[in-house]
Write a protein that binds this ligand. Sequence first.
Ligand code: ZN
Length: 78
Amino acid sequence: MSEELKPCPMCGGKAAFGKTIYAPRKEPNAWFPDGTPITTAHSVNCLLCGVNNRGLAGGYQTQEKAAIAWNTRAGDKA
Ligand SMILES: [Zn+2]
C-alpha cells in the first residue's frame, strides 16, 4: 500500500499526498528524469505549514517516489 509519511521536517505537522495536474501541451516544458513529459506529478505536503516537496522538477512520477523523497532527510545519506 502507500508509504508511511514522516512528519513535516519544518514544523512536525501531519503530511499528506498531493497531486499536480498539468495541462497537456504540444511542447511540454517539464519532463521526468526518464524523459516522460510531466502530466501528473505527485508530491507530499504538510497540512500544517504547507511546505511541499514539489521542488524544481514540479513533483514526482509516482506517489511512492514522492514519499521516499519526503521521508529522506538531509544527513540521512552517508
Ligand atoms: Zn509543516
